[in-house]
Write a protein that binds this ligand. Structure first.
Ligand SMILES: [Zn+2]
Length: 279
């Protein structure tokens, strides 16, 4: 996530920039993950179960092997030190490094980075599709109508540095990739990952795209700008349950026992009491 810009932004280009800070020890092991935390409080059973559910769902969705555990370093603070986005003028709150096969996450960046982590067990895609997929699968997406005038094809075939340099790229990538999934399913996108990975030339990516989808990216982006709804619901989701909504207030009851699989924690900020009538 990018502080101050209200969006997640991270990816394969992240470079370990730990400098003086040591990696925490791995203190949790689940079926699909090894996890170290940057905080002293325990990571509760709900989070651990959630990680395994997400990795399994993503493995199926992205047709990616689940035989090796994912190494995850989880923080509330401190994650940015391992995600070097300083040259782009922002501080990330999550990143995945495919070279070291490690993810640095906070609660809010967790699923985004897991999409990278699971997908990149196969290959890293062109940044437009890689970041688009990482936002499109877990996200509730609303496109600013002004972005409908932008053409996705102008963002394809860029280096990560060039891609991240354009503020609108992420918004367009997320919405367009979600449109692709809605119209054609995940199989063509998974094939694109296998056949036109990061570093392929723009011409190669467009040629492979045409071959897989049976139409050009130019034709599909015309269809997108004419027909795509502005908003999509998430595809991959494990929402926290809400017991009661009486039209005025939400009620959530949880046992605060960290080893209870229904208990999540720690949160990134403390429990909040909000009176919406005052806002
Ligand atoms: Zn990312």
């Amino acid at each position: 996530m990018v502080s101050g810009r209200g969006m997640l932004l991270s990816g394969a280009a992240a470079v370990l920039a730990s400098g003086c800070q040591r990696l925490p020890d791995v203190t949790y092991e689940t079926e699909h993950a090894e996890i170290g935390t940057f905080f002293d409080a325990p990571l509760c059973a709900g989070n651990l179960a959630h990680i395994d559910e997400m990795i399994e769902d993503l493995g199926v969705a992205l047709d990616s092997p689940l035989d090796l555990k994912h190494r995850i370093y989880w923080g509330v603070e401190g994650v940015a030190d391992f995600c070097d986005f300083d040259e782009f003028g922002f501080e990330a709150d999550g990143c995945h490094t495919s070279r070291a096969d490690r993810s640095f996450v906070t609660l809010s960046s967790l699923v985004h980075e897991l999409v990278h982590a699971v997908g990149q067990r196969v290959a890293t895609m062109d940044p437009f599709f890689e970041e688009g997929a990482a936002y499109a699968l877990p996200g509730h997406i609303i496109l600013d109508p002004e972005h409908l005038g932008l053409l996705p094809s102008t963002f394809v075939g860029r280096s990560y540095e060039e891609y991240l340099d354009k503020d609108a790229a992420s918004a367009v990538a997320t919405h367009f990739v979600r449109f692709l999934i809605e119209e054609h399913g995940l199989a063509p996108l998974n094939e694109l990952r296998r056949r036109a990975h990061y570093g392929s030339s723009r011409d190669r990516i467009l040629e492979v795209f045409d071959d897989i989808y049976g139409m050009s990216l130019a034709d599909l982006e015309t269809s997108w700008s004419l027909r795509a709804p502005l908003a999509y619901n998430t595809i991959i989701e494990h929402p926290l349950p809400v017991e009661q909504w009486d039209g005025d207030a939400l009620t959530v009851q949880r046992t605060l026992a960290c080893d209870d699989v229904a208990t999540w924690g720690p949160l990134e900020s403390g429990p909040v009491s909000t009176d919406f009538h005052e806002q």
